[in-house]
Structure formats: C-alpha cells, structure tokens
Design a protein around this ligand. Sequence first.
Ligand SMILES: NC(=O)c1ccc[n+]([C@@H]2O[C@H](COP(=O)([O-])OP(=O)(O)OC[C@H]3O[C@@H](n4cnc5c(N)ncnc54)[C@H](O)[C@@H]3O)[C@@H](O)[C@H]2O)c1
Length: 249
Amino acid sequence: MRLQDKVIIITGAAHHIGQAYALRCAQEGAKLVICDIRDCGNTAEMCIEAGAEVLALHTDVANEEDTLEMARKAVERFGRIDCIVNNAGIYDGLTARSMLEVDLDEWDRVMDVNVKGIFLCSRAVIPYMREQGGGKIINIGSSIWFFGGSGIPHYVASKAAVTGLTRALARELGADNIKVNTIAPGGTNSGAVVTRDERAPQTPPPSPNVLGRREVSEDLTGTVVFLASEDSDYITGQMLTVNGGAAMY
Ligand SMILES: NC(=O)c1ccc[n+]([C@@H]2O[C@H](COP(=O)([O-])OP(=O)(O)OC[C@H]3O[C@@H](n4cnc5c(N)ncnc54)[C@H](O)[C@@H]3O)[C@@H](O)[C@H]2O)c1
C-alpha cells in the first residue's frame, strides 16, 4: 500500500472522477476526508468497504468559511493533513455556447469554484502542512486549454489558470516542503455531461488520443497516488498530462 495512513482530503468527491480518486486512495491505505456540495454518502460507503477511515463533509470550496472548517475538522479527526486533491470543479452540466451568449454569472461561478476554490482550499490546509513540516497539494486542471476547447471559454480559462496558480504556490511553498502540482486530464468518460447549444461554435475537433480508446476515471487515479506518495517528493510546480497522448505538452 503506497499511501498507508496518509491523511488525504479530496474535494468534489461525491461522484465521477473525484469518487475514483477517493476509492483508489482508500485501497492504497489512506485516511480520507471527502468533500462536496453533493452528498458524499456513496463514496464514503465504497471507501469504508475498502478498509479506509472516512470523514465526509459538506464543503463549498468557493466559501472561505467552509474551507477553513474542512481543514480544521480534518485535523480534529485525523491529527494532520498530508495531501489535498483539489478536484472540485464546475464541468458537468455546462452548455457549450457562442461566446456572445455565455452567461456572466456562470462565468463568475466557474472562476470562483475552479480557480478561487483551489486557492481557498490550499490556503486553508497550508498552516497545518507548515506546522507538520510539509505536504502535497494536487490541483486538477485539464488538457482542454492546449486545444482551446470551444463553447466553454470560462472553463478553458479557469483550467489554464490552475496551472499558473500551481506554479505560483509551488514557488512560494517550496521552502515549507509543500509540493504543489497539477494533473491535466484529457476528455474523460466520467459521467459528466457538457451539452452543445445549436449556436455553439463549430470548430475542428481536437486531436484524438493516440491510445485508441476513451479515457476513463481510473486512468487518472495512479497519478494521484504517485503525486501523493513519497515517490514524487522532488517534484513540484509541474503539470502531469494524463490524456493518452492527445496533446503532448
Ligand atoms: N471529465 C472530463 O473530461 C475532465 C477533463 C479534464 C479535467 N476534468 C476535471 O476533473 C474534475 C472532476 O471532473 P468530473 O468529470 O468528475 O466532473 P464533475 O463536474 O462531475 O465533478 C466535479 C465535482 O465537483 C463538485 N463540485 C462542484 N462545485 C463544487 C463546490 N462549489 N464545492 C465543492 N464541490 C463542488 C461536483 O458536485 C462534482 O462532484 C473537475 O475539476 C473537472 O474540471 C474533467
């Protein structure tokens, strides 16, 4: 087991890719804090069945109070925080539209959750990581900004921002032995659905991945285990693309 007794927070863990991260970390021996604005009951059951100790929390990552409570409760329950996987994001349920029709409130919410949410969650755990002598922050970005995507410019911009934020935090936190990295998945068959408005821009499709099959959530979990484990202790500020070679960054 590669994560034996490590305390790992996973945001956006109620279903889809976040649930897969949680289950894999449970199978690798981690103690888990799983957070979402949705009910994390199913994920908790799966992880407990896999042998993990689990704390499930209702946390809105865009709400500072919630993120501070998340970190405090994690330490209250497990005594430390070894790693946070900043997976929560707004993706499922978006509609691709002409840029003239993107709703500005939706723009703000996507940025609030996908970018500020990572900043707030990181800020909440950093004091504990500093005090214990180090930790790992894994930010979930995307490969979509290598292609530009189409119809969801707020989402594309937010995922490019994740990489910039990762680099800024890695630089600031290196002296505290806190490593900060991004995972950039490709288009993943997670259950999340983005629909296209009929007036959405028609653009050439991005290059297909070179492995000849669609990416699934489980293709991403090994990279989380690697970045959360000691095997990656000298890696920080990096972006690992896990996209079957669709973009070679
Ligand atoms: N599916 C893909 O093709 C793909 C590709 C690249 C990156 N990603 C990223 O991977 C992550 C997971 O993607 P997914 O496919 O499972 O999509 P998803 O939209 O189903 O998952 C996002 C999760 O975050 C939760 N969430 C949303 N707002 C929240 C908030 N304010 N506070 C806490 N939790 C919140 C949702 O309830 C959901 O469980 C996201 O960050 C997504 O952007 C997905």
